[in-house]
Design a protein around this ligand. Structure first.
Ligand code: GLC
Length: 336
């Protein structure tokens, strides 16, 4: 049976008809085009956004993509912090390619490291980046969503982030009064950060996002960017024991109850397992987490398409079928 879970605020963010059929912004089931436009330069981490990838993603049955972009690496350091026109053009192209396949796009500001380290001197620049991005895309269809900032962390604590996100939303609303925005909590967009998130109460065009990578020793085994100690985690399995399942259910219940209380739709914007883990465990966990989200009416995006967590093997030019099926059990038909 197709999954048809509707969120209380309407059909826009849950699982309903395809975006093509409804003409609306359906997040539904998505995938991150990670490691491409949020690398310091596109291609530096091996991955580029290509028209063929967007065709494959749409053909497989996904509804949306999340597009992480490192705007901060392509803008002047000094006021007015102009974003490079060539980079804008490149992002336009990627978005356009997604639209050609009727994929909804979450445009995510990713890896602004300076802002996390030292928020105060970067505040003005962050707001200037959003002013430019918002102006640039003001005429785009509703199937373009803006995600304010990936995983606020370090010195961008809850208080600082809540204050900054209010200022960013105020600014974006000047040019994009109706645009759907995606905002997640401090503390790396973790579920435990939700309680500290504050949003403008009267702005209901906001989707709240969180990321899920627990148990971390399993999902991030061998993840060099986390630290050398992650080598010792290699071999950790996820067998779907009663305890393992309960831990995930409890986390998702907590997120869902936050959403009910605050009347906000939830988007699981990242979840995935790094490649050193064994494929059976990866597929089991991915399917379980995907279901946990869907059962609670949450849209989701797997992290990620074609790199270390990838559902697609770029060298072999083929899907990693156990992962793809964990996400889309019956392919395209199931999601329509
Ligand atoms: C976050 C990071 C990204 C990393 C992923 C998994 O999105 O920004 O770089 O690959 O989490 O750890």
């Amino acid at each position: 049976m197709p999954v048809r879970i509707l969120l209380s605020i309407g059909i826009m963010f849950g699982f309903c008809c395809s975006a093509a059929a409804s003409g609306k912004a359906i997040l539904g089931r998505g995938v991150n085009l990670g490691n491409a436009l949020e690398a310091p330069q596109e291609g530096e981490w091996g991955m580029k956004v290509k028209p063929a990838y967007l065709a494959l993603i749409a053909e497989a049955g996904f509804d949306s993509i999340r597009l992480p972009v490192r705007w901060s690496a392509h803008a002047d350091e000094d006021s007015p912090y102009t974003i490079s026109p060539a980079f804008f053009q490149r992002v336009d192209e990627a978005i356009q390619q997604a639209f050609e396949h009727e994929l909804t796009v979450v445009l995510d500001l990713h890896h602004y490291d300076g802002l996390m380290e030292d928020p105060a001197p970067h505040r003005e620049r962050f707001l200037a980046l959003w002013a430019q991005v918002a102006e640039h895309y003001r005429a785009s269809p509703p199937s373009l969503l803006f995600e304010l900032l990936n995983e606020p962390n370090k010195n961008l604590d809850a208080e600082t982030w809540n204050d900054l996100l209010m200022a960013a939303i105020r600014q974006i609303r000047v040019t994009n009064p109706e645009r759907t925005l995606v905002v997640g909590p401090a503390n790396w967009n973790a579920i435990k950060g939700l309680d500290s998130l504050t949003l403008p109460e009267d702005d209901r065009r906001i989707i709240v996002t969180f990321h899920y990578y627990l148990p971390f020793k399993f999902t991030h085994q061998g993840a060099g960017w986390v630290g050398p100690h992650t080598k010792e985690w290699v071999g950790t399995q996820w067998n779907g024991t009663a305890d393992e399942r309960l831990a995930i259910e409890a986390d998702f219940d907590r997120a869902a109850s936050w959403a009910r209380k605050h009347r906000r739709p939830l988007y699981l914007g990242e979840f995935g397992v790094y490649e050193p883990a064994d494929m059976d465990s990866r597929a089991r966990w991915t399917e379980f987490v995907r279901r946990a989200a869907e059962e609670r009416g949450m849209a989701w995006a797997y992290w990620e398409f074609g790199a270390g967590f990838g559902i697609y093997d770029r060298n072999g030019e083929s899907w990693r079928t156990p992962l793809l099926r964990a996400l889309l059990p019956a392919g395209k038909k199931d999601s329509e």
